[in-house]
Ligand binder design. Structure first.
Ligand code: COI
Length: 359
């Protein structure tokens, strides 16, 4: 039976008849294929979130006129829970995800989800499915909160009704090896005034075709540039990107509204500042990047993301030319920051910024 938690919200639970857990091979977890037993669901009707519940993970029934399917009012989040050796479960910065989801909601004309519903739904769901949280560095429980329109209406307007769901997946690494990226100078992910900062389905849909072209050419991901001049580096498809140039950490700023405000991005910048490492949130131009590679001031390039964690970039293709990144020595900042983040996430070291909630 589930451990009773001290919670402010009473969420009814309908348990699965037979857990799928015994069928799962935890030693070989592909990212995002295995889904845990239960999900948290809430419905937005008549201007309020109602019918909060935890129930067995199952298919949904949708009307063919469901507005989300047609016009894309759909937003999501990604976060992770970790299990330490004591069997405690640690959730990393869930409150930041709740806030970001509400920023996405505002941009997409969707209702806010109160942080209390988001957090309680998530904590009680993860507690119920706590045996699904893998142990061991590099593995975790990926948590996917999302919200979408539920009106059945074919006119273009914001929906009046919505569904909010959280489900979870035990996962291993998203990228199992260093990634090769290609700087994209033709296609655009986001432009100023668009939806680039929102974690909304359409941004990902729009990126699929250009990313597929790059994958066919042998690259894992694109390095997006700004939509106007294609001269400034923005982010990658599944992660923000950072460059260590002569000891200074450089990453794109978020004020243009074209960059996803990564929570791993923010955490890495915070740790760098804590350590006194110079940080510059500014656009790195493609030509500056080429220059830094050629004159040896580029020490390393890496991606940051919840799914991707800290992903070393091995190769960057710029205007048809492949540049191999310097091999990463043990002193690399990305090693240090990954170790620090893992230490915090698995509860092994102090958590000075109160990023962890334990259940
Ligand atoms: C994440 O890192 O959580 C993401 O949402 C990126 C990707 C899996 C879509």
């Amino acid at each position: 039976d589930t451990k009773k938690m001290k919670t402010s919200l009473a969420i009814p639970v309908k348990k699965i008849a037979k857990s799928k857990l015994p069928e799962i091979n935890f030693s070989n977890l592909a990212f995002g294929k295995v889904i845990s037993d239960h999900m948290f669901v809430a419905d937005y009707v008549n201007g309020e979130w109602t019918d909060l519940r935890i129930e067995p993970y199952a298919s949904l029934q949708l009307d063919p006129a469901n507005a989300a399917l047609h016009y894309g009012q759909s937003i999501f989040e990604g976060m992770k829970a970790y299990k330490n050796e004591k069997g405690e479960i640690l959730i990393f910065r869930g409150d930041a995800n709740a806030r970001r989801m509400n920023e996405s909601a505002a941009r997409m004309c969707m209702p806010e989800i109160p942080e209390e519903i988001f957090m309680e739904g998530l904590l009680q769901l993860v507690d119920l499915d706590r045996n699904w949280v893998p142990t061991g560095k590099g593995s975790s429980l990926y948590i996917r909160p999302f919200m979408f329109a539920m009106d059945n209406y074919i006119g273009v307007k914001p929906s009046d009704t919505y569904k909010f769901i959280i489900f979870t997946c035990p996962v291993g690494a998203y990228y199992s090896k260093p990634v090769n990226v290609k700087v994209e100078t033709k296609w655009t992910r986001a432009t100023e005034g668009g939806t680039g900062a929102a974690k909304t389905a359409g941004n990902y849909a729009a990126s699929l075709y250009p990313a597929l072209q790059a994958q066919k050419a042998g690259y894992d991901q694109l390095l997006w540039t700004d939509g106007k001049s294609h001269s400034k580096i923005e982010e990658s498809g599944t992660m923000n990107v950072m460059f260590d140039i002569n000891g200074t950490l450089v990453t794109a700023p978020t004020h243009t509204g074209t960059i996803l405000k990564g929570i791993t991005r923010d955490s890495v910048l915070q740790l760098a500042k804590d350590w006194g490492k110079p940080v510059e949130e500014r656009f790195l131009t493609v030509s500056e990047l080429v220059e830094a590679i050629e004159n040896g001031t580029l020490k390393e390039a890496f991606g940051t993301g919840t799914a991707a964690t800290i992903a070393h970039i091995a190769k960057i293709n710029i205007e048809g030319k492949d540049y191999t990144m310097p091999s990463k020595g043990p002193e690399a900042f990305s090693h240090k920051v990954l170790a620090e983040l893992d230490g915090i996430k698995y509860g092994e070291i102090e958590d000075p910024h109160h990023w962890i909630v334990k259940i």
